[in-house]
Write a protein that binds this ligand. Structure first.
Ligand code: NI
Length: 256
């Protein structure tokens, strides 16, 4: 059974067939899905999904691209939502210097602020970090994020960075990118990191694995990611699914 640690089923890309698709998840071996929020104005959509589907859980947070819309009222609301039974993490939060939509100082400020909420509410964090390796690491070290725990989702850095996060006790989220031929760096990280520190994810509707690269992604394609991780690590696909599933329940303990 598969533990999908990062999906966006509230995205409009699923408007046409969301219900049919989600109804088919469990028979195809998807046991848990964490639907991750990115913007304050969409939090309700994730909460609706968690109410409708027993196997879907939620993470609340504001993506670095959208922190301009975040206020202290938003932080207060987030804190309240964190206490709901099916809200299991704070995310996705972090730094994105690739799209660079918000000032770096503002991104760092709200990243720290949201990590504080996670600490107070005793929830793990789901970190988004793109082209911001050094600042992400420094910010996380400054607040002792190792005490909070969680995952660096869609990991895009090299082995040296992976070592830093593993030393802090963080897991590494691996999705469709690992199946791309040119993903040498990520394949090295997967080889290097213990299986006990990996989480499966899609980031759907984005980043579909080969042979669906460029198409709409969904959790039903995770077996292609499993296949590639199994090949890299020289273990069976069953083992990859079993261990990452256990990892998911350990990191996101409210999903048990
Ligand atoms: Ni995402």
């Amino acid at each position: 059974m598969i533990f999908e640690s990062h999906a966006h089923y509230d995205d409009e890309a699923f408007d046409e067939d969301r219900e049919t698709l989600l109804d088919s998840m469990q028979v195809h071996g998807v046991e848990r899905v964490i639907n991750v929020c990115a913007e304050v104005q969409n939090w309700d959509r994730t909460l609706n999904l968690t109410e409708k589907y027993p196997f879907i859980y939620g993470a609340v947070g504001v993506h670095p691209d959208d922190v301009g819309s975040l206020t202290e009222d938003g932080i207060q609301k987030m804190r309240e939502l964190c206490q709901m039974e099916k809200v299991v993490a704070v995310g996705e939060i972090g730094l994105d210097y690739y799209w660079d939509k918000e000032q770096h100082t503002s991104q760092v400020f709200w990243f720290e602020r949201q990590m504080e909420v996670a600490r107070e509410e005793k929830l793990p964090i789901i970190v988004h970090s793109r082209e911001a390796a050094q600042d992400t690491l420094e910010t996380m070290k400054r607040v002792n994020a190792g005490e909070i725990g969680g995952v660096i989702h869609c990991f895009s850095y090299g082995k040296e960075m992976a070592r830093e996060y593993l030393n802090m006790g963080f897991s590494i989220g691996v999705g469709g990118v690992v199946t791309f031929k040119n993903a040498r760096k990520l394949k090295e990280v997967v080889e290097y990191a213990p299986l006990e520190s990996l989480l499966l994810e899609t980031d759907c509707p984005y980043l579909a694995p080969v042979p669906y690269r460029g198409k709409r992604n969904c959790s039903l394609y995770i077996p292609y990611v499993v296949q590639e991780i199994a090949r890299i690590k020289g273990v069976s696909e069953e083992k990859v699914m079993e261990v990452t599933r256990e990892n998911g329940y350990r990191v996101f303990s409210k999903t048990r």
